[in-house]
Design a protein around this ligand. Structure first.
Ligand SMILES: [Zn+2]
Length: 371
């Protein structure tokens, strides 16, 4: 009997771990990647910046890995009411701030506000006051997440969009303080039941049905969400905006290009989307990186689990950095998360912009001393 319970307990634990891994998409594929001494020297010489991480706990080994790679990180908060830990803004702010303050030469905070409070009479006033408090403490950016556009509805059942007038004072405030808005608006095609045009198969929406928009009656299309984002860009030409995940146009770089042309205050990050680029025609992706070399920030979306005893698994992070470097910097033919691809072999001056200069310019304060 006890044995049976044990087997059930182990199975339940296994499923929980698998679900957690799938949620955050950090399952490793293939063998451990190691950087050669020459590659490590090239990467560290750039003083690289990972402009998209979510770090809420740390360890000596993790910080040691960042130091060895000379990696700086932007540590981003976001309120997610579908995740027990991320529901609380104050808890994640405390945890991330502790990491940032104890690694002031490596990390900066990107704060956020709780969009679920949008119905409160004093919503924008309180959000602005809290953001300003974080800016005073050294936060260099603020984030708005995909629940705006894909989840939050007003009392009439209408989806709240990024250009909702209730966010206007917040955008003004971020621009007035010279900070950067990181926006994750929309998701890839699969969220709307449309397969990736390049054959990338995502299991994310099986593990996270709450983001499957094809199940939500009256949900806006991605195009509608991106158009709302574009109205924010047009209304606030003085607001620097970094659209995470290639602005959710990771599979449609040809559609992202005209947006970058139209809005000079828009840049994008690569977070968690290199795994989709590797499916696309190499020449097209390479041409995009060359043409928009001043507008793309390197980021990973790496995400340790605060809810478990597991640390940030430095080897797994390093694995991601190694794979990405091989893709961007070399012309090697290799397996990127089980998909055979050839590296882009970007020129050194473009790598320097991707890994350092663009983050430093689009997110001022990332490099300065904290106090
Ligand atoms: Zn993220």
């Amino acid at each position: 009997m006890i044995r049976r319970y044990l087997i059930i307990a182990v199975a339940v634990l296994g499923i929980a771990v698998a679900v957690l891994l799938a949620r955050h998409g950090r399952r490793t594929h293939g063998e451990q990647q190691t950087m050669s001494a020459a590659q490590l020297a090239e990467l560290t010489s750039l003083e690289p910046i990972d402009a998209h991480t979510h770090i809420f706990k740390s360890s000596t080994a993790f910080v040691g890995m960042l130091e060895r790679l000379h990696m700086r990180v932007l540590d981003i908060l976001y309120v997610d009411d579908t995740d027990s830990y991320l529901t609380s803004l104050s808890k994640q702010r405390d945890d991330a701030s502790r990491f940032v303050e104890s690694n002031a030469d490596r990390a900066r905070l990107c704060t956020t506000f709780d969009p679920f409070r949008f119905k409160d009479a004093d919503f924008s006033k309180e959000a602005v006051a809290a953001l300003n408090g974080d800016f005073e403490q050294g936060a260099v950016a603020a984030k708005i997440w995909k629940n705006v556009g894909m989840e939050i509805v007003d009392p009439a059942g209408k989806f709240v969009m990024p250009d909702d007038p209730r966010f206007e004072d917040i955008y003004h405030d971020i621009a007035a303080h010279g900070k950067t808005l990181i926006i994750h608006a929309g998701d890839p095609d699969e969220a709307w039941g449309i397969p990736s045009p390049w054959g990338f198969v995502s299991k994310y929406y099986d593990a996270n049905p709450q983001w499957n928009m094809s199940r939500k009656p009256g949900a806006p299309q991605r195009k509608t969400i991106l158009e709302a984002t574009d109205r924010v860009l047009a209304r606030h030409p003085d607001l620097r905006v970094v659209a995470a995940h290639f602005g959710s146009q990771e599979d449609h770089l040809d559609e992202l290009a005209p947006r970058l042309d139209r809005y000079p205050n828009l840049a994008v990050d690569t977070a968690a989307r290199v795994r989709r680029l590797v499916f696309q025609p190499r020449d097209q992706v390479r041409a995009f990186f060359l043409k928009y070399q001043d507008r793309i920030l390197y980021g990973t979306d790496l995400h340790p689990f605060p809810a478990t005893s597991e640390g940030p698994a430095p080897s797994e992070w390093e694995n991601q950095y190694t794979l990405d470097w091989r893709y961007f910097a070399t012309e090697d033919t290799f397996e990127y998360q089980s998909h055979k691809t050839q590296g882009l072999g970007l020129p050194p001056e473009v790598l320097k912009k991707l890994y350092h200069d663009n983050a430093a310019r689009w997110i001022p304060g990332l490099e300065s001393k904290l106090h």
